[in-house]
Design a binder for this molecule. Sequence first.
Ligand SMILES: [Fe+2]
Length: 127
Amino acid sequence: MTEQKQVCRCNICGNMVEVLRTGGGTLVCCGHPMEILKEKDGDVGPEKHIPIMEKTEFGVKVKVGSVPHPMEENHYIEWIELIVDGKIYRKYFSPGDKPEAEFELKSDETSEIRAREYCTIHGLWRS
Ligand SMILES: [Fe+2]
């Protein structure tokens, strides 16, 4: 199973990094430790964040979420990531975009598949 990569955020300047390999140290930005984002998987409020995957003719479509998430200036889905058999695909969004992405996959690429997304207000979520 492919390891889910850590996502870290600086809560001062907004820098965000995905860790290609996790070592033992603490990532620091703006003089403070970066926050390691915890993946959430249970919706509670009216907005739905859990990425929903659907098989399509060419691959997989990922929607956020069961009810489309708002895509407002200060509250939107910034990216959706699909993790398939050791490969990571990512699509970025802007306010006003539709919070869904279709990823083209070869038919033999679907044995292990997961999705996650980042909401600018509510953080990191996984399927
Ligand atoms: Fe949100």
